[in-house]
Design a protein. Structure first.
Length: 259
């Protein structure tokens, strides 16, 4: 029998990247999963691969109306819910003086406000002994010059997680967070352009992309970027770890050891 917290789980951002890897890890372990995200086709590719075990709930988490009652809808599909993973995220790299208003508000909405509101829902919906896990980032503790908004949102998310852990303890509902270093996903492979830079030719984009990834790899003493599967296994562990709550688990290939 799988551990409580891993049996019936909602994963936001479950169509791609870390969220997809989390969903697949839970499914392989015999759990049932509801995946949520904006892109219906990628969600349905998972439900097609895991019929009767994976279910899709398309949702734009930036919309208050769309995310209202999301946890209860997921519980309705699975006949209950004992786990919640917030993996959906958005990052726009912009230095101070060039932070767009839309980018500012979108990152705060998806990376901080949405997980807070969904975490509140989870306190009411998750079965006793269940857990919620939030995907944060090492940028919450060590920002770079282009990550002011993203870092602030993820730092705030860590405090939200700890409050949810305190409140949920009365029902035995746990909350934790993982702080990955740089994980090779579509979001990380997107080339970071200087403010005002024009579009790049395809060969130049590919060259800049490889240089960017090589630079990011060099930041990690273990010599590689993280894989979504690395984070997924840590998330699955925290979901089922019955005596862990309020904890921050760093998975960063040694990144934070760098001066």
């Amino acid at each position: 029998m799988s551990e409580v917290g891993t049996r019936k789980v909602l994963v936001t951002g479950g169509g791609t990247g870390i969220g997809r890897a989390v969903a697949e890890a839970l499914l392989r372990a015999g759990g049932q999963v509801v995946v949520s995200g904006r892109r219906v086709e990628v969600l349905e590719s998972l439900t097609t691969a895991w019929p009767g075990q994976a279910f899709a709930l398309p949702c734009d988490l930036a919309s208050l109306e769309a995310r209202e009652g999301l946890l209860r809808r997921a519980a309705g599909l699975l006949g209950g819910l004992d786990g919640f993973v917030h993996s959906a995220g958005q990052v726009v790299h912009q230095p101070p003086g060039h932070i767009g208003e839309d980018a500012l508000r979108a990152q705060l909405e998806v990376n901080l406000i949405a997980p807070l509101r969904l975490g509140e829902q989870a306190l009411e919906v998750l079965e006793p002994g269940g857990a919620q896990v939030f995907i944060a980032s090492t940028l919450a503790t060590r920002p770079v010059v282009t990550s002011a908004v993203y870092s602030a949102a993820k730092a705030g998310l860590l405090q939200v997680m700890k409050v949810l852990a305190l409140v949920g303890a009365a029902r035995g509902v746990r909350a934790s967070a993982v702080l990955p270093g740089v994980v090779e996903t579509d979001m990380v492979r997107e080339v970071r352009l200087a403010p005002g830079a024009g579009p790049l030719s395809e060969p130049e984009y590919a060259r800049r992309q490889e240089a960017q990834l090589a630079g990011l790899r060099a930041l990690h003493p273990l010599g590689r970027l993280g894989r979504p599967e690395d984070v997924a296994e840590a998330v699955r562990y925290l979901l089922g770890a019955s005596w862990i709550s309020g904890s921050e688990l760093v998975l960063d290939g040694g990144l934070l050891l760098r001066e």
